[in-house]
Design a protein around this ligand. Structure first.
Ligand SMILES: [Zn+2]
Length: 352
């Protein structure tokens, strides 16, 4: 069952339209696995009584094979269909899993992402959030991996380029490096990719100097444990904002994993919910300045359901121009690491 909810009119003169889809894929689940529909259960209840009239829920449809092949080789869908037909099992060591419903779930997540990006392009402006699972950013052009079946964000970005955009930027704030997005656009000058991720964890890619051919276009920012809010603020001020202003994307995609929150069971970057609110406010302001206001978020990780709900809610609040959001966990642990030297190295490398 999907939560779709059409057209809440903007009646109170609000400045911003926020286009959203919600695709929680309840049949894509595997006992004991952290990437489960339970991640979004609490959020679903909150969305049923959403207080933000700026949000317009879009209808969604499954992506077509042609959509998928904007990024993936045909063997990926063939593999997923074959594996799904065998029933629920894990097919690689991350571990990633499929069930008999997983192809439908994955095509639905891509379709729900494209519904938002295409609406923003059709309108010529607007903010958006595709709240989808299964996630996508580890899925490579030639294989599914890392809990990810099809690369939702990469497909939407490739679709934007195919639709005529000359430059799009992807800012990946998931705590893991988005190796699949990086691979998809390794040789694509129209797409810039910036990733902030925890060093030394899955999938192991995304070192500072790992894309020497793409200076100023593929920017990897690996961070140590306990980097915390201040590091992200420094990165926004000193790397993200100057990079976006020089790259001049016509649309910004935020690959929005929330597993950098301090409560997350998989990582130790120790952001809190206030950091997500602030970062989102800054990103939408940057989009207003640089990309005609065109910006969308696509859900990736986030494995503590309470924090995930708070963090998505905070980002929606920021996008809608509200200041109220719940925060069950509060401030978080400290002290945080000083990453100034690392930021300086990255600025020099990418001429920022
Ligand atoms: Zn992640």
């Amino acid at each position: 069952m999907r939560y779709t909810h059409t057209c809440v009119e903007i009646m109170n003169g609000n400045k911003h339209r926020v286009f959203c889809t919600f695709h929680d894929a309840p049949a894509h689940r595997f006992s004991g696995h952290p990437e489960s529909p339970q991640r979004l259960e609490a959020l679903r209840d909150w969305l049923e009584n959403l207080p933000y009239p700026e949000i317009e829920w879009l209808d969604e449809a499954q992506a077509s094979e042609a959509d998928v092949m904007l990024v993936h080789e045909p063997q990926v869908l063939a593999f997923l269909r074959e594996e799904s037909a065998r029933g629920a099992h894990q097919f690689e060591s991350a571990p990633s899993y499929v069930t008999q419903e997983s192809v439908e779930a994955a095509l639905g997540a891509v379709g729900a992402t494209l519904a938002v990006s295409r609406r923003i392009m059709a309108e010529g402006s607007g903010r958006g959030f595709a709240i989808v699972r299964p996630p996508g950013h580890h899925a490579e052009p030639d294989r599914s991996m890392g809990f990810c079946l099809l690369n939702n964000t990469a497909i939407a970005a490739a679709d934007a380029v195919a639709s005529g955009m000359e430059r799009v930027a992807i800012i990946d704030i998931d705590a893991h490096h988005g190796n699949g997005i990086e691979s998809a656009f390794w040789q694509t000058p129209q797409v810039g990719y910036l990733s902030i991720h925890e060093e030394g964890i899955y999938p192991g890619s995304g070192q500072i100097g790992s894309a020497p051919h793409a200076t100023g276009r593929i920017i990897n920012i690996p961070l140590p444990s306990f980097s915390g809010n201040l590091a992200y603020q420094q990165i926004f001020d000193q790397i993200i904002a100057p990079w976006v202003k020089s790259f001049k994307p016509e649309m910004i995609f935020v690959d929005a994993g929330y597993d950098a929150h301090f409560s997350d069971p998989l990582t130790t970057l120790t952001l809190n919910t206030d950091a997500y609110y602030t970062l989102t406010s800054e990103l939408v302001a940057l989009a207003e300045e640089v990309s005609g206001g065109r910006i969308m978020f696509v859900l990736e990780g986030g494995y503590d359901p309470v924090a995930l709900k708070d963090n998505i809610q905070a980002c929606l609040a920021a996008m809608c121009g509200h200041e109220d959001y719940s925060d069950h966990y509060g401030k978080g642990p400290g002290p945080h690491r000083d990453v100034s030297k690392r930021i300086e190295d990255i600025k020099i490398r990418h001429h920022l």
